[in-house]
Design a protein around this ligand. Sequence first.
Ligand code: ATP
Ligand code: MG
Length: 378
Amino acid sequence: MSVIGIDFGNESCYVAAARSGGIETLANDYSLRATPSVVAFDGKKRIIGVAAKNQQVTNMKNTVGGFKRLLGRKFNDPHVQHELTSIPARVEARGDGSIGFKVNYLEEDQHFSPEQLTAMLFTKLKETSAAAMQTQVNDCVIACPIFFTNAERRALLDAAQIAGLNVLRLLNETTATALAYGFYKNDLFEEKPKNVIFIDFGHSALQVSACSFTKGKLKMLASTWDQIGGRDFDLAVAEFFTKEFQERYKINAKTNARANLRLLTEIEKLKKQMSANSTKLPLNIECFLEDIDVSSSMQRSQMEELCAPVLHRVEQTFKRLLAESKLQLDDIHSVEIVGGSSRIPSVKQLIEQVFNKPASTTLNQDEAVSRGAALQCA
Ligand code: ATP
Ligand code: MG
């Protein structure tokens, strides 16, 4: 029997396990390491992960993603209301004020809470891990954002319990990253502390922490965060293209949930290409709305302008960390980046500006959190 470490991301999950002296990230039923945090219903079928994401555009009403940030909260919570603006599924307040996603499943309308959806996702992770390791999986360590409240943590534990997972520990994502780093670098630590900054910039959150490492010991010095992530870049760019298409083609993507989702999907791809390429790149969507094919383009510098307010918040979060940790720039050994959005070049530039060090990629940017969680139980 094995223990798994789970990184439950707002966009995707990773699972790792300690095996024969090393840590291994496990592949799912599609031989992929990332499992999208998406749950869908189709007739009598429950579809989870890669397959759920793949069919979202054609089954929008019965497909739910983005529920990580809704755990342990009531429908009327302003934070929930804000999150719901970017989730194109049917949702309502239940009698007790809780959140209920309304989907058609087993030929009737049913309501599922964020905890139940998370449990379905965890069940899938448990199954695919068991298949990958060819052994039963019951115990796990789950990573959660450092800013999760007690209510959010309890909801996460409830979800794991519904999935039949025994949670040995909930671990902050920032700590998991630091543990993953410490595991590989331990031999290099001495009596004199080495201070390392960790930056996790994901889909919905930015978490920054300062840690000090001495031989065999890790001390958290300070942590800061902001509720911004890759999705905020996508939204800023979507706003721009929506306006452009309105002027050029007289169509409004916002009036059609499916068109809006397709636009965001294409923009996410474009954003990733812009991280690797600073030249102008095309954006084409066939039969976007009213049978009209749309086409446009963007280059990195333009995206940076559109996303200036988000980048400003990134910079402020970095500066707060520096102030709160009381570290001088010379005291910093390295700045390690993880999370998908840490690949954005202007984020790396801000790191150099604020910390006077290039962003370092010692860790696997996607897998570090799950690997740290797996290490915790090794
Ligand atoms: P969270 O930590 O907020 O719960 P998550 O762990 O699911 O979310 P990650 O998997 O770390 O998030 O990152 C996903 C985000 O990173 C998405 O917004 C994605 O568009 C973005 N991303 C991934 N690769 C790149 C890239 N090459 N360039 C720019 N952004 C990228
Ligand atoms: Mg994450």
